[in-house]
Design a protein around this ligand. Structure first.
Ligand code: PLP
Length: 402
């Protein structure tokens, strides 16, 4: 898998002086195949989609719709269940505003968890504030995993939605989605999965899971920014209103009413992110051609295991996350030191050209829950190497052994 590094200009750029990039949970680097697909589109295919009668517009439409097809096959959905968004954040807001806001009534309950990214918290807080929806949190255990027993006690006939991350971006814990879905469905609750940290890292097929809504971001899986995917199951499309209104989503308009197109077009008003969709499709092709998910899991978790082992030698370091799970199947290691502020560690590592993330990782309720302001987070992907983690460990040893 490692011979793919040559495909990533960012990783071998002289200007960047061999950067060691460990901020993949935030965004991934792009292979030149994706970069070229985007520039080729603008150079040779640029035209509006779905509207033009001329052949260039039809070509652009074909490329754009082929991208939807590529995405649908990648996650095991039907083409018409794929809606292009700006990213995970927009996907979740979409469902909050276009489904939950219209279908839930005061007193109905939504369950999320203490592991969520702000994108899967704030839209529900607003619903709670404005529509009197009750918001409940699945707590976490001392080992930073979801408290599944507590979850089953939160569920009731009032539960209308369980909106859950498949993997915590802050501490790396992986959700047992089978368990969450199975128990939600006993109460006929709908399930939204924030798959931002799972798609492109682990084998994932919607056909094996009874999920109603799913959101992820293209930029975290080798694709461009400003493109994401929202899956809305065929059944749920009957209940989800168009998110935005305007050109491209309407069949017929009169002075005082209109008739929307069928899904997915009714959910995509305005000129879409055509080049980005094509770039995402190329990223997915790249992943399909180059990633063996079993190998990737072994590779990423071996990097986690090594880093956890080395960090565990220091008394002042605490790993935030389920160490065994991360060492077997994770891609994120989050840690704190009682001696150094996370920002100071990240700033220090930057001198060695090592990019890690420091802060609360858009998960303030989680950090408040564990009584810590933030952490240092190293997150791995397809192109990271054991030698890179060794360099990180050496740099940290130098700092900690001063
Ligand atoms: N959910 C999770 C678990 C994430 O890790 C992120 C980004 O880090 C998001 C949601 C938000 O993604 P985006 O900023 O691409 O919309």
């Amino acid at each position: 898998m490692l011979n793919i590094r040559k495909d990533f200009p960012y990783l071998k750029s002289k200007e960047l002086d061999s950067i060691i990039y460990f901020d993949n949970a935030s965004t991934s680097q792009k292979p030149y195949q994706v970069i070229e697909a985007i520039s080729n589109y603008y150079a040779y295919h640029n035209a509006p989609v779905h509207r033009g009668i001329y052949s260039k517009s039809e070509q652009a439409t074909t490329l754009y719709e082929e991208s939807r097809e590529t995405v649908s096959k990648f996650i095991g959905a039907d083409k018409d269940e794929i809606i292009f968004t700006k990213g995970t954040t927009e996907g979740i807001n979409f469902i909050a505003q276009s489904w939950a806001s219209y279908n839930l009534k005061p007193g109905d309950e939504i369950i999320i968890s203490k592991l969520e990214h702000h994108s899967n918290i704030l839209p529900w807080i607003r619903l709670m504030q404005e529509k009197d929806i009750v918001l409940k949190y699945i707590p976490i255990t001392n080992n930073f995993e979801l408290d599944y027993k507590a979850y089953t006690k939160l569920l009731s006939n009032k539960t209308k939605l369980v909106s859950i991350t498949s993997c915590s971006n802050a501490v790396g814990s992986i959700t047992d989605l089978d368990f969450i879905i199975k128990h939600a469905k006993v109460y006929n609750a709908k399930v939204l999965v924030d798959a931002a940290q799972t798609i492109g890292h682990r084998d994932f097929n919607l056909k094996n899971l009874n999920i109603d809504f799913l959101a992820f971001s293209g930029h975290k899986i080798l694709g461009p920014t400003a493109i994401g995917v929202l899956y809305i199951s065929k059944d749920m499309q009957k209940e989800v209103r168009p998110y935005q209104l305007g050109g491209g989503m309407v069949l017929d308009v009169n002075d005082y009413d209109f008739i929307s197109l069928n899904p997915p077009n009714c959910y995509q008003a305005g000129t879409p992110a055509i080049a980005q969709a094509i770039g995402l499709s190329q990223a997915i092709k790249y992943i399909s051609d180059n990633i063996d998910y079993d190998l990737l899991k072994k590779h990423e978790s071996a990097l986690c295991a090594y880093l956890i082992q080395e960090l565990s030698k220091f008394d002042h370091i605490k790993i935030l996350g389920p160490k065994d799970q991360l060492s077997n199947s994770g891609h994120i290691v989050s840690f704190v030191s009682t001696l150094y502020h996370p920002h100071d560690i990240a700033f220090y590592l930057d001198q060695f050209n090592i990019a890690v993330r420091a802060g609360n990782h858009c998960a303030q309720p989680l950090f408040k829950n564990i009584g810590i302001n933030g952490s240092v987070r190293a997150s791995f992907y397809i192109y990271n190497t054991f030698e890179e983690v060794e360099t990180l460990v050496k740099a940290l040893n130098k700092l900690f052994r001063k």
